[in-house]
Design a protein around this ligand. Structure first.
Ligand SMILES: C[S@@+](CC[C@H](N)C(=O)[O-])C[C@H]1O[C@@H](n2cnc3c(N)ncnc32)[C@H](O)[C@@H]1O
Length: 337
């Protein structure tokens, strides 16, 4: 049975489902979910590019940051847990580069590329890294309608999926809006990911010493409060490099994302002993890593002028295209203070 039929059957049996449940089925249904079914998702033949596919420069600059963390922790065994490693390009590029450019660090490095369903390791010292992991976590969709906070559900209308308004499915949702001081404007749509928040206590327990380093599309809570940004929310679907706001179309056939609320991660992290130590754009973060020696690591291995031109162009994409929209949050394990 196609995923649409399964979702319709669930709605017929139990009534409208939260968008978080719908997004979970669309992305992670064991056989038919977008990230579980065999298909090409990344790169030219797929639906989207991430920084890891743009150029190995991304991995090389990150290795510099991780080697710095390893030194700051005293140079012992260092575990790098990459959450949502996808096709594993970053894992391969980073380990190759570490072996070549930072051999001592490479000898201390245990790199774990975690994908959906993989078991988590035992607690470790090092870094929990992710790129575009949290924007793939299911979100609840809230709306302030005529002064009343409602939740938007996925329902059936004429054999098709359709939005329906209802009561909040969990008091936690209103609780988070209060804690993050988000005051929606009337008519505004706001996404909240309880699943993203729930990762923080897990990561807090996993990380004995070190950092959580998160790269993702996102915003701070104050940016959306009062309807300043993302008045209609930030939900998007991606297919064949085309973005669409039609998130109820072709369930399981498209990637679904919502921008990450970095205050939700920071606040849930703080409770779990992870203290925000830096927040900046990807551009700023990569500039700080590469600028001192004019990005020499990016151009290592370029033999011809054409190689240099290509590397320069792709570095610009990492810095000024993805670089301005992707944000970076660093959180430090408090036990490390
Ligand atoms: C947008 S992709 C990003 C992939 C990769 N990080 C990159 O930058 O190319 C999100 C990835 O997160 C993975 N993912 C989502 N939830 C996960 C979970 N609970 N555990 C492990 N991986 C998960 C998905 O399967 C998917 O591969």
């Amino acid at each position: 049975m196609a995923l649409l039929e399964q979702i319709l059957a669930e709605i017929r049996a139990r009534g409208p489902i939260t968008f978080a449940r719908y997004m979970h089925l669309c992305l992670y249904h064991p056989e038919l979910g977008y990230y579980r079914a065999p298909r090409e998702r990344f790169g030219a033949a797929g639906d989207f590019y991430t920084s890891a596919q743009v150029h190995p420069a991304f991995a090389r600059l990150l290795v510099r940051r991780w080697a710095g963390m390893w030194q700051a922790l005293g140079g012992g065994p260092f575990t790098l847990l990459e959450m949502g490693a996808g096709r594993g390009e970053l894992a391969r590029q980073a380990q190759d580069w570490a072996a070549r450019a930072y051999p001592e660090f490479a000898r201390s490095l245990r790199y774990i590329a975690l994908e959906y369903g993989d078991p988590l390791p035992a607690p470790f010292s090092g870094c929990v890294f992710s790129n575009e992991f949290f924007d793939a976590q299911p979100v609840h969709v809230l709306r302030l309608q005529s002064g009343k906070l409602c939740e938007m559900y996925v329902a059936e209308r004429g054999g098709q999926l359709a939005w329906a308004r209802g009561r909040l499915s969990s008091p936690e949702l209103a609780g988070w809006l209060d804690r993050l001081h988000i005051q929606p404007e009337d008519g505004q749509t706001i996404e909240l990911s309880l699943e993203a928040a729930a990762w923080m206590p897990t990561l807090g327990r996993l990380l004995a010493r070190g950092w959580v380093l998160t790269f993702d599309y996102g915003y701070r809570a104050r940016e959306i409060s009062g309807g300043r940004r993302f008045f209609d929310g930030s939900l998007m679907s991606y297919r064949k490099h085309t973005a669409s706001e039609e998130v109820l179309r072709d369930p399981g056939q498209r990637d679904l994302t919502a921008h990450v609320n970095f205050d939700l991660l920071a606040e849930a992290g703080r409770e779990a002993g992870l203290v925000e130590s830096r927040f900046c754009s990807q551009a700023r973060c990569l500039m700080d890593l590469g600028q001192a020696d004019q990005f020499s690591e990016v151009f290592a291995g370029c033999r011809t002028e054409a190689d240099h031109v290509k590397a320069r162009l792709l570095l610009k994409t990492l810095l000024f295209d993805l670089g301005e929209t992707i944000q970076v949050l660093e959180q430090r394990a408090m036990s490390d203070e």
